[in-house]
Design a binder for this molecule. Sequence first.
Ligand code: ATP
Ligand code: MG
Length: 219
Amino acid sequence: MQENQLTIALSKGRIFDETLPLLAAAGITPAENPEKSRKLIIGTNHENIRLVIVRASDVPTYVQYGAADFGIAGKDVLIEHGGDGLYQPLDLQIAKCRMMVAVPKGFDYAAASQPGCRLRVATKYPDIAAEHFAAKGVHVDIIKLYGSMELAPLVGLSDAIVDLVSTGGTLKANNLEAVEHICDISSRLVVNKAALKVKHTLIQPVIDAFAGAIAAEAV
Ligand code: ATP
Ligand code: MG
């Protein structure tokens, strides 16, 4: 571990866009836009701070093993990862959405989700889905998918899906409806526990700047 170097793991897309103002509050400006660049390691205006661009669901893994000192990951990804070796000091209040159960319009979910019933559920989030239905006493066959969950009930792969919903536009376009709210999701700052100790003087000011930016946003 290089004690005077900071490596930050970020994913492209909405998390990156919504993270830029937080980085700016901490005085960090990326040298390139990862959306346009093919580079996976991107420098910043600080010689000792760099960004690594990884898949959203890989952020906790890079931070857990110390390949990145800290990163930003959705709570959905963190629940599935388990959070081992990660300190989670801040809810960044970005990339907000809800984890929901959705079914085709007209499907009698109330009847199909009685205790003792059996339901086929397609999802990218098997742990979250399993825990949710276990708490309700509903038996589930979880079908793990990596994307386009909305398709599964339309072609008979599953009865229901567990997925992230923000506007509900995708559900509506596919004749599905959200029938149960599992939890609210937003992105969190995740810090490698060892790095927080060893690089405290580098990391703490970034945490404080992020916290300040969120507090200002909340006013
Ligand atoms: P990929 O699209 O490469 O398969 P991904 O779906 O995990 O990866 P994104 O779609 O960029 O990546 O989502 C990243 C994070 O943004 C998710 O982990 C979640 O926390 C949050 N997110 C996902 N969908 C929404 C949404 N509709 N609205 C707001 N935040 C969302
Ligand atoms: Mg996606």
